[in-house]
Design a protein around this ligand. Structure first.
Ligand code: ADP
Ligand code: MG
Length: 201
């Protein structure tokens, strides 16, 4: 089994994050926790690339639809449909518009529990309810109510892979193996070394 410190995850700074000049602020938050940036590029994604990205996981349509229905019910509201797949169809169309509207920044982060750590720092999907201290909780203010009223995707600055398997598929989708850089960060010694015997002279 690969060591935990080899875990990788994909982050996409969505067009709103780029337009709000938050590339540096967002990158700093993942960087300062101790993760290592091993892939980076800027591009305007095509709608085909976006649809493929979200449907790499055959369960995504169902899970996202169910999460959305639950979100409505938790607030005492009636969802627009009881069918998760139908709801996700609308979300996917809106996501294609959102993510192809301008440049995005794609990043691969590596380190212990990279997937979970990045999700924690990123915060929950809906900025209104994401925790204070997370990127989505601190830097943006959208809600499902507002995005539904306006018939668009909720603007939450970021995509972050939801599991190790999702991360592997997404990284393969956006990056070639040659685009990922294998290197050592000096700080990895203090994060991961068992003996800490290389510090004192
Ligand atoms: P996450 O990005 O937190 O992993 P999902 O994978 O569930 O969230 O959804 C992908 C993206 O689709 C979200 O980041 C968001 O932009 C959009 N989205 C998800 N659910 C909704 C919804 N109910 N209404 C509007 N947009 C949504
Ligand atoms: Mg997701």
């Amino acid at each position: 089994m690969a060591h935990h410190k080899d875990e990788k995850t994909l982050v996409i700074i969505k067009p709103d994050g780029v337009q709000r000049s938050l590339i540096g602020e967002i990158t700093a938050r993942y960087e300062r926790v101790g993760l290592k940036l091993v892939g980076l590029k800027i591009m305007v994604p095509t709608v085909e690339q976006i649809e493929e990205h979200y449907t790499l996981d055959p369960e995504w349509r169902r899970v996202t639809g169910e999460k959305t229905i639950k979100g409505y019910k938790d607030k005492g509201l009636t969802p627009p449909s009881e069918d998760p797949i139908e709801i996700t169809g609308i979300i996917l169309e809106n996501l294609k518009k959102y993510l192809s509207s301008g440049p995005v920044v794609l990043m691969v982060w590596q380190g212990a529990h990279a997937v979970g750590v990045v999700r924690k720092i990123t915060g929950g999907t809906e900025p209104l309810t994401s925790d204070v201290g997370t990127i989505r909780g601190d830097l943006v203010l959208d809600s499902y109510q507002m995005s539904d009223t306006d018939g668009r995707a909720v603007r939450n600055l970021l995509h972050a892979s939801g599991s190790v398997e999702e991360a592997e598929n997404e990284i393969n989708h956006w990056f070639t193996p040659e685009e990922l850089v294998n290197y050592r960060l000096v700080q990895e010694q203090i994060l991961y070394d068992v003996n800490l015997d290389g510090i004192l002279e």
